[in-house]
Design a protein around this ligand. Structure first.
Ligand code: FAD
Length: 419
């Protein structure tokens, strides 16, 4: 009988969903989790509030994943946003829609989502084994036949790898799945940090640490050519920059670093054209001709930026408004519209919100999540080469691929039983 069981490797968002769904479809399911507890990363999501999904319509939703988003169409057509919301609602987790289509539990408590999934496992008699790190996948004649844990073999007719990415390793997600998949012949797209703060070269950035800029337009440049743009909030830190706008550009920035010189250009006055900004400056300088430049700039910039700004302009901060030349004013316009920083790297992958790269999507059947390399082996969640922007997209992908992998694995096991 044990030979027919389905083994799930990893008790995170995707693994719990896969295990629950497989058991709900009638399978004998064993969930192996490396740490003592399920859903460690899930508990941290959305700063403990868990942004479970997003109400964007399908094509927009998929676009948030970039190039590999296409791979998810089948999983999303099987189990999508409203299915997930109903799933949670039916298990005592009412949800609420917030800005940008983001969906959260009304309780603002990620632990409720974990509890709902645990209830799903318990209600369907999933056998759970914590502190069980899968060391190897076992394959016989091109077909999965079990896993190795602590040197012992556990046999199974099907195995679902749901080991997550390589970020926040203390949650248990330390990249094991990439090695497990590679060992049995899968190609792994090189892993990189995504949704990650960026490190910059300029020393003045450190002087601004703690400062948040709102409503700024940030352009990502590769060898001075724009390759991405985001609008919103950014934050200066002791090492560089962070905040939603930077996280949104980070994957493209990390990839661009391998190709050339990467920089960020911040437009601090995005709502004004150059001409409008120049007129505004002329007015300020005329109206406050006897004020020092540093005081005039207080009308245009956050207080903390003023010293840095005048240093970059290379104009004395105590110069009076009426002494500013037309050429100096043009420099001010240029700097307000293009505050430039050189990107030298990113924070380490351990600090990333998600991992880019992973099991190559061309080697996984998108209709079932089954490996095209090894029969009876399935993948779901972040271990696959799919990652998205912030906004609830990554968790929905984990739940959708988990759901699909769970029910597909049951079909494979049933086929074996019949043959
Ligand atoms: C701080 C933070 C906040 C986030 N917030 C959000 C958010 O609000 N919304 C959103 O959509 N996404 C968010 N994400 C991303 C999201 O959490 C992940 O994309 C999602 O958890 C991936 O699910 P998963 O099941 O693939 O992997 P995980 O949830 O990482 O689970 C993998 C599990 O596998 C186990 N495991 C690993 N190796 C083995 C092994 N060898 N044997 C047995 N078990 C193993 C691990 O211990 C872990 O429990 C956030 C991520 C972080 C780090």
């Amino acid at each position: 009988m044990k030979d027919r069981q389905i083994i799930i490797v990893g008790g995170g968002a995707s693994g719990m969903m896969a295990a629950g769904r497989a058991a709900q479809c009638g399978a004998d399911v064993l969930l192996l989790e490396k740490t003592p507890r399920l859903g460690n990363k899930l508990r941290l999501t959305g700063k403990g509030r868990c942004n479970v999904t997003n109400e964007a319509e399908l094509s927009e939703f998929v676009a948030h994943f970039g190039e590999t988003g296409r791979f998810l169409y089948s999983a999303f057509s099987r189990f999508f946003v409203q299915d997930l919301i109903s799933f949670l609602n039916q298990r005592g987790v009412p949800t609420v829609l917030e800005r940008g289509g983001r969906v959260f539990p009304v309780s603002d408590d990620a632990r409720q989502v974990v509890a709902a999934l645990q209830g799903y496992l318990k209600g369907n008699n999933v056998q759970i084994r914590g502190k069980s790190r899968v060391e190897h996948l076992l394959v016989e004649e091109g077909r999965i036949c079990g896993v190795q844990v602590g040197g012992h073999t556990i046999r199974g007719a099907s195995v679902i790898v749901a080991t997550g990415g390589a970020s926040y390793p203390r949650t248990g997600s330390s990249g094991d799945g990439y090695r497990l998949a590679a060992e049995v012949g899968h190609h792994i797209v090189p892993i990189r940090p995504a949704l990650i703060p960026l490190v910059t070269k300029e020393r003045w950035v450190c002087a601004l640490k703690g400062l948040t800029l709102r409503n700024v337009q940030v352009t990502l440049l590769l060898n001075d050519q724009p390759i991405g743009q985001e609008f919103g909030e950014m934050l200066f830190t002791h090492f560089g920059v962070s905040g939603p706008v930077v996280l949104g550009l980070s994957r493209r920035a990390v990839d661009a670093l391998a190709k050339g010189r990467v920089s960020l250009s911040v437009n601090l006055k995005q709502a004004l054209t150059s001409e409008e900004l120049d007129k505004r400056l002329q007015r300020e300088l005329r109206n406050h001709g006897r004020r020092q430049l540093r005081n005039i700039l207080a009308e245009l910039l956050p207080h903390k930026m003023i010293n840095v700004f005048v240093a970059l302009l290379d104009i004395a901060a105590d110069k009076l408004g009426h002494q500013i030349t037309a050429a100096e004013r043009k420099r001010m316009v240029a700097l307000l519209r293009d505050l430039r920083m050189t990107v030298t790297g990113s924070r380490p992958i351990s600090e990333a919100i998600v991992t880019a790269g992973g099991v190559d999507t061309s080697e996984v059947n998108p209709r079932t999540m089954e490996s095209r390399v090894i029969k009876g082996l399935f993948f779901c969640g972040e271990v696959i080469d799919v990652d998205a922007d912030t906004g609830g997209y990554n968790l929905q992908a984990a739940f959708s691929t988990g759901y699909l992998a769970g029910e597909s694995a049951v079909r494979v096991v049933n086929d074996i039983a019949l043959s």
